[in-house]
Design a protein around this ligand. Structure first.
Ligand code: CO8
Length: 374
């Protein structure tokens, strides 16, 4: 019989600061009024358009988001700055992503009944990596005292399910025995808090997952990965051109191209049907019906998007129990979102229950694991 892989632990690091929609809107409103005052003559002459002010009520209605956590709040809410204050750290200091990863990993390892030195593979999957190299994963491996090997990967919001699948594959082919997948997302470092149409979307968080072969697992928590599936389809609708070629590029670049940007409506329309088809294919391959799925832990980008996707799979709107929502408090934490939902909303499931962890985002990229509680 071929080996089976199980999730044996999960962990979550929630940053210390929360920002409500009202707070976010208040700071951007001041910034917009200042800009409009400074450009009043040009606005009156019709040379530039006045910037519109944001609206907290719109944000909750359009997205379901009420607040988000961030690593640093003062800079984000400073109308003259609109980005976090993240003091530069020396080479000998632990990096910020490694710092948020460690508590999440320790929580996951404790649940799995594993010690850090038993880990032999660390995969960092996230949308926002703080440097090119050395890999953040290798820094985490070192700080953890783990052995084996480590690497970073980025498939935007799908990084969690893609990195989990890499972990599953490493366990199946025998190149690792105890895999930690970690998703340290500091979205606030690449969010354009001056862009009214999407300044409210993101939040920071870090999740961790421990994966092992079922025969080796020692903890009580065991979720068999029945099937994983990854798919990608190229699109420019979500894009960030930040990269190592920026200093050498000839030509004009708008600074807003070097942070997150998107065509939100288009993303909504194009991604939802792709995700519905993806999940249906997953279930079909396992000879499962939608009704056999006890819970969907979906990527958390937009409440309506999650409802539409669950409706496409179930044929009716889901209730909170079937497709739990965490984006009201956390906003879109990119790759961490579906894992936060899995981490916070699974303790009531019983042996034999089946669920789907599914993420989707820029690329486009879609990934999922169908899991069964043992
Ligand atoms: N306040 C008031 N009015 C606003 C605001 C605001 N904050 N924002 C927009 N409006 C206005 C618009 O200007 C527009 O006005 P008008 O009708 O006069 O033109 C009106 O409200 C409607 O605007 P939209 O059509 O844009 O509104 P939507 O209903 O589409 O809602 C959303 C906007 C919430 C952004 C929605 O489109 C959405 O959620 N789309 C999907 C987004 C998504 O899932 N994106 C995935 C991105 S994440 C990812 O994949 C990877 C990146 C991770 C890294 C992140 C690092 C930062």
């Amino acid at each position: 019989m071929s080996a089976r892989v199980v999730i044996t632990g999960t962990g979550l690091f929630t940053p210390p600061h929360s920002i409500s929609n009202d707070e976010l809107v208040a700071s951007l409103t001041i910034s917009v009024h200042r800009w409009n005052d400074e450009h009043a003559a040009k606005i009156d002459a019709g040379e530039v358009q006045a910037r519109p002010v944001p609206d907290a009520e719109f944000i909750e209605r359009a997205s379901g988001i009420k607040s988000r956590f961030v690593m640093e709040k003062v800079g984000v809410l400073d109308p003259d700055r609109l980005r976090p204050h993240l003091p530069l750290r020396g080479e000998d200091e632990l990096g910020l992503q490694a710092e948020m990863a460690l508590p999440a990993i320790h929580e996951a390892l404790a649940q799995a009944g594993r010690r850090p030195e038993e880990v032999d593979c660390v995969i960092v999957g996230c949308s926002n990596l703080q440097r090119a190299y050395p890999a953040v994963a290798i820094e985490i491996q070192h700080a953890l005292g783990a052995g084996g090997w480590a690497y970073d990967m980025n498939v935007a919001c799908s990084s969690a399910t893609f990195s989990m699948q890499s972990g599953v594959d490493a366990l199946l082919n025998g190149s690792a025995d105890c895999v930690v997948v970690v998703n340290p997302e500091i979205t606030s470092g690449h969010n354009n808090f001056a862009a009214r149409d999407h300044h409210f979307i993101f939040g920071d968080a870090c999740t961790a997952v421990v994966l092992e072969r079922a025969a080796d697992a020692v903890g009580d928590e065991r979720w068999e990965v029945l099937r994983g599936r990854l798919s990608t389809k190229f699109s420019n609708s979500i894009r960030n051109d930040f990269g190592f070629l920026n200093p050498s590029e000839d030509g004009e670049r708008d600074p807003s191209e070097l942070v997150f940007r998107q065509r939100g409506q288009q993303v909504f329309k194009e991604v939802c049907p792709l995700v519905v088809g993806h999940i249906k294919e997953q279930l079909g391959a396992l000879s499962l019906e939608a009704a056999d799925v006890r819970r969907f832990w979906l990527h958390q980008a937009n409440l309506k998007m999650n409802q539409l996707i669950a409706k496409g799979v179930l044929g009716r709107l889901p209730d909170e129990d079937e497709a739990p929502i965490i984006l009201d408090r956390y906003a879109n934490t990119s790759s961490a979102g579906s894992v936060i939902a899995f981490h916070l909303h699974r303790s009531d499931l019983v042996a034999g229950d089946v669920g789907v962890i599914c993420s989707f985002g820029a690329g486009y990229s879609i990934g999922s694991q169908v899991v069964r509680k043992l």
